[in-house]
Design a protein around this ligand. Sequence first.
Ligand SMILES: Cc1cc2nc3c(=O)[nH]c(=O)nc-3n(C[C@H](O)[C@H](O)[C@H](O)COP(=O)(O)O)c2cc1C
Length: 366
Amino acid sequence: MAKDLSIEVNGIKFENPFLLGSGPPGTNAKVIAKSFDLGWGGVVCKTISLDASLVVNVAPRYGKFRSRESNEVVGFENIELISDRPFETWLDELTQLKKNYPNKVLVASIMEEGKRENWHEIVKRVQETGVDAFEMNLSCPHGMPERRMGLAMGEDPVRVEEVVGWVKEVSTIPVWAKMTPNVTHPQDSALAAVRAGVDGIAAINTILSVVGIDPKTLLPQPTVAGATVPGGYSGQAVRPIALRHVMEIAKAIPSDVTISGMGGIETGWDAAQFMLLGSSTVQVCTAAMLRGYKMIGELTEELLKFTVDHKFAHLRDCIGHSLPHFSTHAKLVEAQRQAKLDRKSNADNNWKGDIAKETSDLTATE
Ligand SMILES: Cc1cc2nc3c(=O)[nH]c(=O)nc-3n(C[C@H](O)[C@H](O)[C@H](O)COP(=O)(O)O)c2cc1C
């Protein structure tokens, strides 16, 4: 029976598979240290770039989608860009965090313009801080695509292969590529990253959305000086879409390329489902924003209980467990037809068996 949730991924030891996903929960050293203290296995920091002065955030930048019945927030839209904090500050903070928390996993989320020298510089300078891995943000859906960054790179497999290749040329630590869900075939970009030598795939980033319109002002939300842009949707409403993406990617990529799954994880069972479909680590962003960092206690308790209830000797044994049960529609039709035939033939056999038994019972009593 699994005694703990430890897991080794890309040669990195995680005390549990839960990371805070890149976003507000990992926005500076203070909150990252707090999350380590509370028991998160790792943190992916808010995405950083070389020149933060080019990043200008707006306010308000969040919109909530609520359940009609309970008023609970079930979906969350943001038009937040990557970190607007100076690169040098980030380098100092990442160095300090690794010194203070050598056994916690710190992943640097990085993004740059489509120039080889930019990616080389950011990788070389950030890896000197001692971070454990990189997550390349190839998937931010709003704002950054205007500079041909984020989603603009990630939706184009040719670009993905090129840019991941540049990072792999100089990286001395594992590299994950974070994928966009704003495509029909997520496996195309994932396979391009694999061709370039990526160590892991992270999925999903947020889904392009318009969260709603204010019923009084009739302005689309979130409104900044009378206008808005489509934003990135996250939270529990996106989980079924995220699971589909993770499943498609897991089925397509080689088994030694790992997956860090995310999108609407709020409970240990949510996390287990991402693992059953091929993730070896999981990330949580929106739920940590809505419920607070302390939720890690419940997440680990519930995931450990899942491994015990289903008799997995180790957490790693559940990874990909449910994947073989995805098929094609044509095969479902054939399997259904065969099952009907089997049921009929069983019923016929049972009927024949009943007749035979009745006959022999009669003979015995004569
Ligand atoms: C407010 C906000 C800011 C985010 N910023 C980033 C970011 O800087 N880099 C990144 O890779 N993903 C970013 N994300 C995406 C999350 O890391 C995650 O991929 C997505 O929200 C789905 O997971 P969730 O439902 O647990 O939030 C952000 C998400 C939110 C809600």
